[in-house]
Design a protein around this ligand. Sequence first.
Ligand SMILES: *Cc1c(COP(=O)(O)O)cnc(C)c1O
Length: 512
Amino acid sequence: MTSTTTTTDPAVGDARHRLPAETRGRRVPERTIFEKSTTGARAIEYPRLDVEESAVPAELTTSGTDWPELSQLQVIRHYHHLSQRNFSIDGEFYPLGSCTMKYNPRINEWAAARPGLASLHPLQDDDDIQGALELLFRTRRMLEEISGLDEASLQPAAGAHGEYTALKVMRAYFADHGQAQRDVVLAPDTAHGTNPASCAMCGAGVVNVKTVDGYTDIDDLRRLIDEHGAENIAGLMITNPNTAGLFDSKIIETAEIIHKAGGLIYLDGANMNAILGKALPRDFGVDVMHYNVHKTFSTPHGCGGPGGGPIVVRDFLAPYLPVPQVIHDEANDRYALKHDIPKSIGKVRSFITQFGIMVRCWTYIASCGPDGLRNIAETAVINANYIASRLRHRYEMPYFRPEAGAYAAHEFITVPRSLLDRGVKLDDIAKRLIDYGIHPPTMHWPVINCLMVEPTDTEPRNVLDRFVDVMLKIADEIEGDIETVQQAPHDAPTRRIDVVGSDRKPRLVSDL
Ligand SMILES: *Cc1c(COP(=O)(O)O)cnc(C)c1O
């Protein structure tokens, strides 16, 4: 800690490191749960044994591990402290681009916790779970309607899993139509890393299409189709609005080119928050897409799951969707899981779907209604444009050019060239935001040295204003007191960690 700021601007508030040194990091528990152990302490009382006592089989017992012994209060305190050290949307502003870190309304949790839904067993008979199946069927219908496409599968457990499932469906369709050779998938060079990864998992090669000013380069697309042969093109994976925060105005022309080659349009639906109720993917040429329900439909987000990545397809792809499919037999007004689908690609996960997540998804969509969904898209887009407009004079924005009609969709990218030229790194700006209690935006993607800011629809105006004020304050700091920014964060539980190393070689028992 080399310096302290003297922030007094009430709009910006205090940076945390202005706290006196002795109070810094007070929330940090110094000892591990093992060190907090008190011999003989117990967190729960077991009910009195009501069966005959017998010895635990040796193979079920362990030895050589000193499990911690703690009272209930100690356990609660331990996890409470840990939770305070997590950054979450419930705590602070979280403008992580492309991730749609919006508020998760608590009514979703209430619905998912109803005993009639939470206590079901996945092997129960269809007749016993008619209500649950109806909920899944209605969720299916909502997702179909929002996309304008024909049939949804609720099976995939995340966006990436949806991509994988959809590519399998596309492949099954081509194989069934004597076109098994179609194995080239095109994707703009700004695609999310999961797009090429999913292609690789399915044995398809991915070919990058150039982008110009953030948009797919149509000439390059045509050239690549010629180069690889139209008869080998499986399709184009495209994110729209894209990761540069732009709605691709050439998407219809792009789709026509792909369709003419005999390929399919796959929409990465991660950015659906920007177009809910405003544009139907079907209308801009989409044949198959995934949703990220943990982004667009406010189900819990993070830590690798549980999430949800349902896919929706046009009718000619529907016979290949995974089994089981939830259906409604109208003649008997009965809901059922259909397992006998001859051309199905089979299962992509256990049982039916991530059920509790689909309950939350249904609850969210049902509680918003069509007008609410439209309002979400409008607010998300206005919020992004508001911040971008206020920041653009200090933070250069290559794709946000209102004078040229290029507004942001629901997020925007800044490459703060003039600040970087003063000697800070993008990391420094991101770390300094942590001192002000703001989660850094997405970094270095889709272009190097960019910050991708997505405020979402759930933030009030004063939070947006504070973010802008903090960003402008950091720009001032870079110009006046650059070291403060370069040394940030000054009061986080950890300072600059080795992000790659911590992923590859995690130390699960910490000595923090
Ligand atoms: C988040 C995201 C994905 C991957 O979704 P997961 O649910 O994290 O697997 C794919 N594409 C884009 C553009 C995304 O933002």
